[in-house]
Design a protein around this ligand. Sequence first.
Ligand SMILES: Nc1ncnc2c1ncn2[C@@H]1O[C@H](COP(=O)(O)OP(=O)(O)OP(=O)(O)O)[C@@H](O)[C@H]1O
Length: 261
Amino acid sequence: MASTVLQFRDVSVVRDGNSILDGVNWSVASDERWVVLGPNGAGKTTLLQIAAAAMHPTKGEASVLEEKLGKTDVFELRPMIGFASTAMARKIPRNETVIDTVLTAAYSVTGRWNEEYEEIDTRRAQRVLSEWGLEGFADRRFGSLSDGEQKRVQIARSVMTDPELLLLDEPAASLDLGAREELVGLLGGYAASAASPAIVMVTHHVEEIPKGFTHALLLAKGGIVAAGPLAEALTSETLTEAFGIPIELTESNGRFAARAN
Ligand SMILES: Nc1ncnc2c1ncn2[C@@H]1O[C@H](COP(=O)(O)OP(=O)(O)OP(=O)(O)O)[C@@H](O)[C@H]1O
């Protein structure tokens, strides 16, 4: 049976007197795959920071994996959350090998030092690499990889610990068309598996929504414009409202495209 992995009740985040998030009510179940869309500055990354137990709401209440933030040890919670973002990627040493980049997730560190890894960890890291199309890359240096390969390593790292919640902040940003399609295809396969955790992916482009994603959250100015099953929450009307320009959304075979109308 599905459990609730995220529960936001009236969540607000205030910085310098400005509401970055304003009264957000949102819940995510373990079998759901969410895309989060909205204009620059809408609060998407802030929302993801709370979901990652990396930030507390200023007001309201947020539960992550059924633990209330502020009343739980976030250091116990975080290993159960996979998080891939550009900020995270910046912490990975350029000369780290790909296998160590993935393996070190087991200790929540970046940069291998003196940790001891079990054979089972190494085997799991190798399996995860092959699942993300990275066979043969284990001994390559992270800094020598293409953007597309680096993005896949970051995701492989974030699923290494078998998380119960996977957060992806713009995983396809800066990728060329081929690399994007490869990544979106892999994410679609991952999303379709019942063994995969709940997924929340922030993106700027509806073209990057993989097949198999089930729900959408549209944010604007820190508030929710629409939230729910994809077919209801992601429409020309909701995109038009969120972005403040007339937008036409089209769908073909489970993939989306959008342009100004
Ligand atoms: N620590 C902070 N202090 C003041 N303002 C902040 C702080 N962190 C974020 N903001 C502001 O809050 C707003 C929302 O930021 P956030 O990064 O969550 O938006 P976003 O939707 O992810 O934007 P983008 O699509 O550009 O990445 C922005 O206007 C940002 O400048």
